[in-house]
Design a binder for this molecule. Structure first.
Ligand code: IPE
Ligand code: MG
Length: 221
């Protein structure tokens, strides 16, 4: 989700207003995912690198995250949306962590769509913590014998399928330390649209484009 700041700047507004409007786009995309029966929708809300933004913006974003979660709780329950947060949770406030835990627990009962909020996440961090976890849990022999498919279970995304489609808005053509391991065969979709303007029709357009792609996974068809 990129372009909130530029969306606000173009209107002479504070950057935070762009983030607030961006929450509406998240809501629209969740609705679209539920409507289409998409099982997993992930949003990259805050990277490990985003902690280096001006403190006021970081505080405002964390506040907005907390508020939005609480606001959406009922909608999640009514629409059978399971809510998850993945990332370096140790860096989040105790208060935010408590709300996240409560929401994850309450929404994990009966669900059709899983919404994953990547918070304080980075792909390199994920790979490193996975390696450390595996090393701590396995004997030196088992660690050495580890195969590629065995590694997935140590990533924070353990048990979650790799993404089929990754959408990046605002015209930036990079992955910015998102799911590095998990996107090995993901289809990428880049659009110039700024995140606050990315709503249902734009999401459906991306899905249509994805449906036209030919996925060969390195093989010949
Ligand atoms: C994306 O919008 C939202 C977050 C990373 C939290 P930006 O804040 O990166 O918006 P631009 O790139 O400055 O326009
Ligand atoms: Mg940006």
């Amino acid at each position: 989700m990129d372009g909130n700041g530029r969306w606000a700047k173009a209107r002479g507004l504070d950057r935070v207003k762009g983030h607030i409007e961006g929450v509406e786009s998240v809501r629209a995309c969740i609705e679209a995912a539920v409507e289409k029966g998409i099982e997993y929708l992930s949003v990259y809300a805050f990277s490990e690198e985003n902690w280096n933004r001006p403190q006021e913006e970081v505080i405002a974003l964390m506040e907005l995250m907390m508020q939005s979660m609480k606001n959406e709780f009922r909608t999640f329950m009514d629409n059978h949306v399971r809510f998850m947060v993945l990332g370096n949770r140790a860096r989040l406030s105790e208060n935010l962590n408590r709300t996240i835990d409560e929401m994850m627990e309450a929404t994990s009962v009966e669900y059709k769509t899983t919404l994953i909020l990547f918070l304080s996440y980075s792909g390199k961090w994920d790979i490193l913590q996975a390696m450390k976890k595996a090393q701590a849990q396995l004997s030196p022999e088992a660690f050495q014998a580890m195969e590629l498919a065995d590694f997935d279970q140590y990533l924070v995304t353990a048990g979650i399928p790799d993404p089929d489609l990754l959408i990046r808005t605002s015209g930036e053509l990079r992955i910015s330390n998102y799911l590095l391991w998990q996107t090995a065969y993901t289809e990428f979709y880049f659009t110039d649209i700024l995140w606050p303007d990315f709503r249902k029709p734009q999401f459906f357009e991306a899905l249509e484009e994805y449906a036209r792609r030919d996925r060969r996974y390195g093989k010949v068809k």
